[in-house]
Design a protein. Structure first.
Length: 174
């Protein structure tokens, strides 16, 4: 990997960190600007750079830097929103691949929609698991879907549209 790509991965990590702190503090799932960055970066830089940048972000947070919405450290595995963070990593793959394979808005939109669904599947399942089996509280799957998917999805759908528009305006040659 050349120096330019390493720098882009570092920019991705920095953008992930900054986007964490732009949030609406809903509980248990805050609405942040992170999904916008997770959508935008693979549309611009592709899979490899975005996966490396998001992976570095996750490592920094798990090492203890307070870069996640509610802090950082290994104990973050026990946070109900940890599944969304893992989803960010996996979401970058279809977003980047489809943005590259299908030209224009359509490929980015389809890839972004698949990426969002991956984030939400992992996020909601871990939210449900965490609250029921780690926190030992009663939390139905329908409640997990409501607070972890239905309420925030509208915001993320708007972020998807904006990411597609912005990335179409940026001419980046991988």
């Amino acid at each position: 990997m050349d120096n330019k790509k390493i720098a882009y991965a570092g920019i991705t990590t920095a953008l992930m960190i900054v986007s964490t702190f732009i949030k609406i503090p809903f509980q248990p799932v805050p609405i942040t600007l992170q999904p916008f960055i997770v959508l935008l970066i693979p549309m611009i830089f592709g899979v490899k750079i975005s996966v490396i940048g998001i992976f570095l972000y996750l490592i920094l947070g798990l090492l203890g830097l307070p870069v996640f919405a509610n802090g950082g450290g290994l104990s973050y595995f026990l946070q109900p929103t940890f599944g969304y963070l893992v989803g960010f990593l996996f979401a970058a793959i279809p977003i980047g691949l489809l943005a590259q394979k299908i030209e224009g808005f359509k490929g980015k939109f389809i890839g972004g929609l698949i990426g969002l669904l991956l984030i939400y599947i992992l996020g909601v399942l871990y939210l449900y698991y965490n609250i029921n089996f780690i926190q030992n509280k009663t939390f139905t799957l329908s409640t997990a879907l409501k607070v972890g998917f239905i309420l925030p999805f509208g915001f993320d759908f708007i972020k998807l549209i904006i990411a597609c528009i912005v990335s179409n305006k940026i001419n980046f040659y991988r």
